[in-house]
Design a protein around this ligand. Sequence first.
Ligand code: PHE
Length: 339
Amino acid sequence: MIEQIKKHIQEVLAYQTQDTAEIEAFRIKYLGKKGILNDLFAQFKNVPNDQKKEFGQVINELKNAANQKVNDLKETLQNEQDTALTMDLTRPGEPFPMGSRHPINIVKNRIISIFERIGFTLSEGPEIEDDWHNFTALNLPQHHPARDMQDTFFIEKNPDWVLRTHTSSVQIRHLENNRPPLRFLSPGRVYRNEAISSRSHMMFHQIEGLYIDKDVSFADLRQTLSYFTQELFGKSEIRLRPSFFPFTEPSAEVDVYWGLETEADYRMTKGTGWLEIMGCGMVDPNVLKNVNIDPEEFSGYAFGMGIERIALLLYQIGDIRLYTENDIRFLKQFKAELF
Ligand code: PHE
């Protein structure tokens, strides 16, 4: 019997509810006229004398516990109802703080929309690449010194699995599965194992473009890039400086004439007025052959740029580290941007 009363005590202590009717039912169950406690008290006279003392103690313990529990439950409920009553539901809600897009994303979307207007579509691919798509198909055979231009993170050697060093790998994938005419952009993250310093990042974003059709010329490339710089920077004067990329021939670096109106212009352009913004060139015939496109029939141009750098120029951001620090004072400045 005493064991059973102890069980009741456990039960009472553990009981929880937020409902008025349930609290009342609980009270009646234990403390009501026909409740458990009265029942137990009625049995008191039948308890052998030597057990009466302990029996009385546990019954009292149960009674106190039950009373205490009913009071506690009622009090909690009352408190909650009080706060509910003082709450003014007609007041306007807390304003929900709007986030803002990251500048890298804004610039990426702007670049995409500029090229979409002249017929470019999008193509994306994996960040972990095999040797063929990242290097060999792009006219960078094994042991070619030009591979050193892009310090590579190897995931596995033999066979080679790498973190792609540029999004040109996506172009190869797209060319393997589609036939010209083709005009598309490949945006994405790329990885380079460059000397670690506070100013270098091992991951950055690129956007590359490719156009392949009959009779695509260097003049087409120049015209497209001039349209692009006009749309993005409001400046259409560009110059193409001879350069080298294994996958294009001829190759060039693109400079945009930024101007020398302000002191910042002098600083940014090192007094020349010109800013380098991307690499480009005519797709090397070897690349076309590698994806079974006849270079006698088709030609094409390609270009590629780093989005971090473009955003740096567009917003005059002083330090590339700001992109990754997640400092809200920096990020919220881009709120007004719609993209
Ligand atoms: N893939 C080159 C790079 O990562 C950029 C580029 C793309 C240059 C296309 C020319 C043509 O540096």
